[in-house]
Write a protein that binds this ligand. Structure first.
Ligand code: UD1
Length: 340
């Protein structure tokens, strides 16, 4: 079976390509390299011993997308990662986010329909829940009005997929990610933020290695045990493996509905300070950080109810926080070696 991975040279995409290939799937990556590098394909080849097909392509460009699907045959399923994801930037540049994230999905789905490709896995986010009224947050929890254009593109995308599934033979699974961190144990692929990182883990590793001077901890006055905000951090390899399970579920026709939604988290919430402590423990380093004010738009606390994903998908995140922070650090060290 051949799987199209849109955004397959990116952080989560590249880890998913590796897991798919290790399970015997053929993979074709399309990526416009707007936030990733072509060398990722070499690293995937080094890990798996096999080279995935790679086509540099902007899926949000309607003509390029049609051309690709007209020429490239034999695709059985698509996983769609090709989207922008910086919350703050989306507030500054909403149209760029709507154009990229929504056009790429529409182009993908139109071409899937045209070429009879019936299986879609979509990268969604726990951001659709906002600050949930009850924790842990299950798939049944209400969707809250999106705080950012980025979050809104995830909500709108889910709605588009649902509407299409209602009237066609398309099967789709949306995976709502909590906070993916960490890197492949080979340290050959990982998160590579271009410019100043927005997310916690790369900011921690870049501070520890000396690329950044100090990590700002955004707020210690939340109503949490240590005052810092709580998230459900999940190892990117666990997350990637869930995509393989989702694809297999569709191929084997095990879905209960045409459109299914699953939370991908561990079910455990950790505070910012707990992540820092874990990092310091596994690396033996002292991290330079300071407490600053809250980041606008941040929520206090979120973690997943994983029961539905565990039962239905037969998948469970198994890697703990220390394994996540250590693998992120090994990746940062490997990046430094490469640049020498
Ligand atoms: C958010 C979204 C997520 C989205 C992601 C994309 C929510 C709940 N989550 O993740 O859906 O996919 O952005 O970027 O809306 N922090 C610091 N200092 C830093 C960076 C972060 O203290 O320099 C703190 C944040 O305040 C937060 C935690 O670390 O409490 C995690 O932040 P981050 O990694 O940016 O992820 P989210 O904001 O949770």
């Amino acid at each position: 079976m051949k799987v199209l991975v849109a955004g397959g040279t990116g952080y989560i995409g590249s880890h998913t390509v590796v897991e798919l290939m290790e399970k015997g799937f053929d993979v074709v990556i399309v990526d416009n390299l707007s936030n990733s590098f072509p060398e990722v394909v070499d690293s995937i080849t080094e890990i798996t011993g096999k080279r995935p097909d790679f086509i540099e392509l902007d899926l949000a460009d309607t003509d390029s997308a049609s051309e690709f699907f007209a020429q490239y045959k034999g695709i059985d399923a698509a996983i769609h990662f090709a989207a922008y994801k910086a919350v703050g930037e989306s507030v500054e540049k909403p149209l760029i986010y709507y154009r990229n994230n929504i056009y790429s999905l529409i182009n993908l789905m139109e071409n899937m329909e045209k070429h009879g490709i019936r299986n879609l896995v979509f990268s969604s986010s726990c951001t659709v829940y906002g600050q949930p009224d009850e924790l842990p947050v299950s798939e049944q929890s209400p969707i809250k009005p999106a705080w950012s254009p980025y979050g809104n593109t995830k909500q709108i995308s889910e709605e588009i997929i649902r509407d299409v599934c209602n009237v066609s033979s398309l099967k789709a699974i949306a995976l709502r990610y909590f906070n993916p961190i960490g890197a492949h144990p080979s340290a050959l692929i990982g998160e590579y933020p271009i410019g100043i990182p927005n997310n916690l883990m790369p900011f921690i590793t870049q501070t520890a290695i000396g690329k950044r001077e100090v990590l700002s901890v955004f707020g210690d006055d939340y109503p949490t045990p240590d005052g810092t905000a709580i998230r459900d951090y999940i190892h990117v390899v666990d997350l990637a493996q869930a995509h393989v399970v989702a694809v297999e579920r569709m191929f084997e026709d095990r879905g209960k509905e045409n459109f299914e939604i699953f939370n991908l988290g561990t079910g455990n919430g950790f505070s910012v300070l707990e992540v820092i402590r874990s990092f310091e423990k596994v690396t033996g380093l002292k991290l330079n950080y300071k407490i600053t004010g809250r980041r606008p738009g941040d929520i206090e606390k979120v973690f997943a109810d994983t029961a539905f994903a565990n039962q239905e998908l037969g998948w469970k995140a198994i890697r703990g926080l220390d394994e996540m922070t250590l693998s992120a650090w090994n990746w940062e060290l490997a990046l430094k070696e490469r640049k020498k």
